[in-house]
Design a protein around this ligand. Structure first.
Ligand SMILES: [Zn+2]
Length: 548
């Protein structure tokens, strides 16, 4: 009897150790770290317009060692920041994930809402409530970063960093280890009580270095001799905006250090905002021990200065070119850092953009391309028009994201048929020479507008948060606030065609001209990591990038 037990015991023991061995050998293979690099307002064509000026180890390393998708479009309108970051990380669209604009009007309360404002949370690292009271509470879907946390019983670490609150908060999802953004009032990176009670020591140390001040200390001059910027318009072009106290839009920007002291947001418009963000990315890897153990971590980085510079100077300015050339060098340093810290081929990077940007109106005009402005005083004009018919001069509450919001409460109280009012306005708007289509958003399905516009309008229409009428302007027509520089928001390729490159662990080398959507990024990452798709996902994994 004893002997029998003994044998059974031995068998059980060896089975146990065999099992342990098996578990060890069958440990799921995953990268140590995933780094998302979302370059704000990066048009796809910037990869190639500046190709000859890039070094070997930044954008070219991604292109030559990674897998580049040349035809990725944003499959909704409006193509703006908060929606781009959210759709990349959720694999979903505004109709489903709830982030319907950077700002929107809540249909039930009639209140204007900023996408990440949350008055129930307190600022951390700043006393400025406007800067610090933010959270992802308006985000309805999970993100790929949420799913990684869920898949690993919250052992995977997730951190989001950006100059912009929304571009840090929305990618990092509902339960990250931290999300940090820049506070123009004190020059520090801050967070909110949604995430933590106090900034971690590593972040305090990072802020104490006063890096922004050091980065702008020598002003901003071009990286290469200015005569070599043959890809861009002359430095002093009338359609460029002015930076800080500069009186012309020209290099060198010698007052930058002083301008930064006066108004700290000046760093945002310069390449140094990107340098700062990548330095913070490195500090968060060190501070949170990202990529140190076998459990995959995720660092979501947004490079926002490209967007600020684009808005101010326009895509064809030397300023924007210089921002990209310097970002290229910063990326090369960052990849070198990751090689040393995480290990070459131990991490996966993807680079994409939240949206592109139109050429400046003045630039297009000067080169005989169709362009112009639309919607100047639109709210007033439309209300005057509606007043004649309905005897009320505030039916249009506002125009946001190229969508007209009608006062639903007023119409209800006064027995006005809202569909009839919207249809009347649509008919009137369609007579406007600057409007390509105006569509009653409740009836997009039956509107005679071509694909892919129709699908993009439907994908962008959130029943609780979007407006009543979608305006689609003629190509390259800009809203009046962009008299210098540029903006973005529309369906056209200049706004919707984005770069997408994967590189590193689990990624093949190559490129493809097949059509994909922004919403395919998250499910591709989910497939790479063998985790669940985000809850609102409508995309498909891009299988051709996966493998060795
Ligand atoms: Zn923008």
């Amino acid at each position: 009897m004893f002997r029998k037990f003994h044998i059974i015991g031995l068998v059980a023991l060896s089975a146990l150790s065999l099992n342990a061995q098996k578990i060890k050998n069958t440990q799921l293979a995953r990268p140590k770290l995933v780094v998302g690099l979302v370059v704000d307002q990066m048009r796809w064509d910037y990869l190639y317009r500046f190709y000859g000026k890039y070094g070997e180890d930044g954008f070219k390393r991604l292109l030559n060692k990674g897998y580049s998708l040349n035809n990725v479009h944003i499959n909704y309108v409006p193509t703006v920041t908060a929606l781009g970051h959210t759709s990349i990380y959720t694999g979903s669209v505004p109709a489903i994930h709830g982030i319907a604009g950077n700002d929107w009007t809540d249909r039930t309360t009639g209140k204007n809402v900023y996408c990440t404002t949350d008055e129930s949370v307190q600022p951390v690292g700043t006393t400025n409530t406007k800067v610090g009271s933010h959270s992802p509470k308006n985000l309805w879907s999970t993100t790929v970063t949420d799913e990684l946390r869920l898949a690993t019983n919250f052992q995977a670490k997730v951190v989001g960093v950006s100059l912009k609150d929304r571009a840090s908060i929305l990618p990092a999802g509902h339960n990250p280890n931290g999300a940090y953004w820049f506070d123009d009032s004190n020059g520090n990176f801050v967070t909110s009580s949604y995430y933590m009670k106090d900034l971690p020591q590593w972040m305090k140390n990072f802020n104490a270095q006063n890096l922004p001040e050091k980065l702008v200390a020598n002003g901003w001059n071009t990286l290469l001799p200015i005569s070599e910027y043959t890809e861009s318009s002359p430095d002093n072009s009338s359609w460029e905006g002015l930076l800080g106290s500069a009186v012309t839009p020209t290099f060198p920007y010698s007052n930058l250090a002083k301008d930064y002291q006066t108004k700290k947001d000046n760093i945002r418009y310069t390449p140094f905002g990107n340098t700062l963000t990548l330095k913070l990315a490195e500090a968060s890897i060190e501070g949170e021990d990202l990529g140190k153990d076998q459990i995959t971590d995720f660092l979501a980085v947004n490079l926002a200065s490209t967007d600020y510079a684009g808005h101010k100077f326009g895509p064809n300015s030397i300023e924007v070119e210089d921002v990209y050339l310097r970002l290229d060098r910063d990326l090369a340093d960052f990849f070198k850092y990751l090689d040393a810290k995480i290990g070459k081929d131990q991490y996966t990077v993807f680079l994409s953009a939240d949206h592109g940007g139109a050429h400046a109106e003045g630039f297009m005009e000067a080169h005989k391309m169709a362009t112009g402005f639309f919607g100047e005083n639109a709210e007033k004009t439309l209300n005057t028009l509606l007043n004649t018919k309905y005897k009320y001069d505030k039916l249009v509450m506002g125009i946001d994201n190229y969508q007209i919001y009608l006062d639903q409460n007023y119409m209800k109280a006064n027995n006005l048929n809202s569909t009839e009012v919207a249809d009347y306005l649509v008919d009137e708007l369609n007579k406007d020479q600057t409007v390509l289509f105006a569509v009653n958003l409740k009836k997009v399905g039956e509107a005679p507008i071509p694909e892919p516009l129709k699908t993009r309008v439907i994908n962008g229409y959130n029943w609780q948060r979007s407006g009543d009428i979608q305006l689609i302007s003629h190509d390259s027509m800009l809203p009046p606030y962009s008299k210098t520089g540029t903006t973005h928001s529309v369906w056209n390729s200049y706004d919707s065609h984005i770069p997408l490159i994967f590189m590193g662990w689990g990624i093949k080398n190559g490129e493809s001209n097949k059509d994909y959507n922004m919403t395919d990024i998250a499910p591709t990452l989910s497939s790479l990591l063998k985790i669940q798709f985000p809850s609102g996902n409508i995309g498909n994994p891009i299988v051709e990038v996966l493998g060795k």
